[in-house]
Write a protein of this length. Structure first.
Ligand SMILES: C[S@@+](CC[C@H](N)C(=O)[O-])C[C@H]1O[C@@H](n2cnc3c(N)ncnc32)[C@H](O)[C@@H]1O
Length: 283
């Protein structure tokens, strides 16, 4: 079968079985071909009439079948791109979302990447936030932490993959094992979904670790803990950046106020929805 026919076949299978739009199914079919053939999109366009070898074809169809069972592509490929860097991913960690890139954009905008900045990434999962920052802020030290030992293994693998000497990882229940020192930046994308949220029934989310998604107290328990304890770990001019749900900014704002934060900022994603709140401690 040639590349063009195979792309159309996969597109049809994905849209019929997963309810994707043709556009979404087309993007995913290209992802699958690129992953197995190890080529870029331009190659697929230029070589649309090239015959695909049987072995590769079999592999592609195996992945398509896995995808049809609703398994997300990131878990099928065992890697995913975030902020233009490739990361190892498995089902012990959340698939990094594009929304989370907002946290990185803000920190890059507000801090000089040449200066030394001590950064703590809480609930690091695969390590994406801290590792991208470690790659941008080469003169800084970045500590990643997660309660899940399996997540810390993946984060470690990703630190090694990108050969970053300024990034390290520890297992910790939020601040319990964090060294008693001060950070210039604390950043976190914690679990914040209410356990009764109907979105949790989405078949795609079924594969992701529940403890990376759900938080007690209607989604706020982990956010509360981080906002409460962060002041003890921030330098006088330090900033806490926290990602939260699309409808949580008012409560999060109040939590920042109640915990002595000032210069509280709400930051919108590309759709104009407030997804990150940041603040500095009052001195
Ligand atoms: C929403 S995921 C974010 C993962 C990653 N930072 C990202 O943005 O893709 C939340 C992470 O917080 C971790 N986590 C949950 N409870 C925790 C706790 N009590 N202490 C530390 N990490 C925790 C989960 O294991 C998960 O990796």
């Amino acid at each position: 079968m040639i590349i063009q026919d195979l792309t159309l076949k996969i597109r049809k299978l994905l849209s019929e079985n997963l309810g994707l739009t043709l556009r979404e199914a087309n993007i995913e079919s290209i992802f699958i071909l690129r992953h197995v053939l190890r080529v870029d999109h331009e190659y697929l366009i230029k070589n649309f009439d090239k015959l695909i070898k049987t072995k590769k074809l079999d592999k592609i169809m195996r992945l398509v079948l896995e995808r049809i069972s609703h398994k997300p592509l990131a878990y099928i490929f065992k890697e995913w791109k975030f902020y233009d860097m490739e990361f190892y991913i498995n089902s012990n960690v959340l698939i990094p979302r594009q929304d989370t890139e907002l946290l990185i954009d803000l920190i890059i905008r507000e801090y000089n990447s040449q200066k030394k900045t001590d950064i703590l990434d809480l609930g690091t999962g695969s390590g994406v936030i801290g590792i991208v920052l470690g790659n941008k802020f080469k003169n800084s030290t970045i500590l990643l932490s997660d309660i899940s030992l399996n997540a810390t293994y993946i984060a470690k693998k990703n630190i090694l993959r990108h050969n970053l000497k300024n990034v390290s990882v520890i297992q910790s229940n939020w601040f319990s094992k964090i060294p008693k020192k001060k950070f210039d930046v604390i950043v976190s994308n914690p679990p914040y979904i209410n356990k009764s949220d109907p979105h949790l029934k989405d078949k795609g989310l079924f594969y992701e670790p529940r403890e990376a998604l759900i938080s007690e107290q209607e989604g706020y328990a982990d956010i509360i803990e981080i906002i409460k304890i962060s002041p003890k770990f921030l330098t006088p001019s330090g900033t806490l950046y926290i990602e939260h749900g699309y409808n949580q900014h008012k409560e999060v704002h109040q939590l920042f106020v109640d915990n002595n934060f000032t210069k509280i900022k709400h930051n919108e994603d590309l759709n104009g929805i407030i997804r990150v709140t940041s603040g500095k401690i009052k001195i």
